[in-house]
Design a protein around this ligand. Structure first.
Ligand code: DGP
Length: 114
């Protein structure tokens, strides 16, 4: 998708602090961090949200969670606990319409979330 911010980051056309990249998945720091560690894990393939995943994406989804674990361990938030979330649609304030998983850690997370 030409105008999608996360597609542009994945193509290297927009700057971001990349923490991990392979042929399917990238991870980079959120521009507006909500915790001491806050990064996003994003498929290179343009998928709008979790509701747009299809059975053919099972391998990709599994890869995304492997990358979440790898980067969380590298960022030293895996052992203490962290939050993984994906916003879907307007009521959840999904701003970027390209599937992404927020990974937050380095502080105590509260429940229920806002
Ligand atoms: P969401 O509300 O789930 O769509 O969150 C989108 C997140 O993406 C938000 O926390 C800020 C982040 N973000 C938006 N634009 C950019 C960008 O250009 N670079 C980076 N690194 N993060 C961005």
């Amino acid at each position: 998708m030409d105008e999608c911010i996360f597609c542009k980051i994945a193509r290297g056309e927009m700057e971001s602090e990349i923490l991990y990249a392979d042929e399917e998945v990238i991870a980079f720091r959120d521009i507006n961090p909500q915790a001491p560690v806050h990064f996003l894990v994003v498929p290179r393939k343009h998928i709008v949200s979790a509701l747009d995943l299809s059975p053919g994406d099972a391998g990709l989804l599994s890869r995304i969670f492997e990358v979440i674990k790898t980067v969380a361990e590298k960022e030293d938030i895996a052992a203490s606990g962290m939050r993984i979330l994906t916003n879907v649609g307007r009521a959840a304030e999904q701003i970027v319409l390209h599937l992404h998983f927020h990974v937050l850690g380095g502080r105590r997370m509260h429940w229920p979330p806002g």
